[in-house]
Design a binder for this molecule. Sequence first.
Ligand SMILES: Cc1cc2nc3c(=O)[nH]c(=O)nc-3n(C[C@H](O)[C@H](O)[C@H](O)COP(=O)(O)O)c2cc1C
Length: 193
Amino acid sequence: MVKIGNIELGEFPLLLAPMEDVSDPPFRYVCKQQGADLMYTEFISSEGLIRNAAKSTHKLDVFEYERPIGIQLFGSDINSMHEAALIAEQAKPDLIDINYGCPVKQVACKGAGAALLQDIPKMVSMTKKIVDSVKLPVTVKTRLGWDDKTKNILEVAERLQDIGIKALTVHARTRSQMYKGSADWTLLGETEK
Ligand SMILES: Cc1cc2nc3c(=O)[nH]c(=O)nc-3n(C[C@H](O)[C@H](O)[C@H](O)COP(=O)(O)O)c2cc1C
């Protein structure tokens, strides 16, 4: 049985990955009908949320039939991410997911998403502040590392586990690979242990 906090997901759960401009409520409706066991919102900007930007707050809409569902957040500032997590919690998802994997320039070159793979102490502090202040399970999505020379996922996984995240999703590529090239399934397997 796979469990995330108190959320029971069966033996081989089917998860819908968070996808910007894709995993919105109509898409999630279809995926739920097709058997998704756990779904995530698109990633939501912490800065947008704390400034009450409509584009961001609309993405907080979650519906009863979607449960269990996670809200995913991204951002570069620890206090903004903390505040955004408290706002997201009010929307009553089943979990909060933090994005440390987005490779695109507009995110990773502004210190958010995969950029946190280059500053593990900051990643740990950001995650801990959120874990310690929301009542919901907190999960993380990340990559193997920033580039081929810095595949630090084993350290990341251990340190995040130690501060109490309930699950870790790993895109088995580095930030440099973006969405192309071979995934490193061996390192992913080692991370699982
Ligand atoms: C259009 C698109 C949007 C995405 N948006 C997000 C996102 O908002 N948050 C996130 O964690 N990953 C995002 N991803 C990454 C996916 O969740 C997934 O990790 C990645 O596509 C690797 O899985 P795949 O090899 O099955 O495509 C996105 C991917 C695509 C293709």
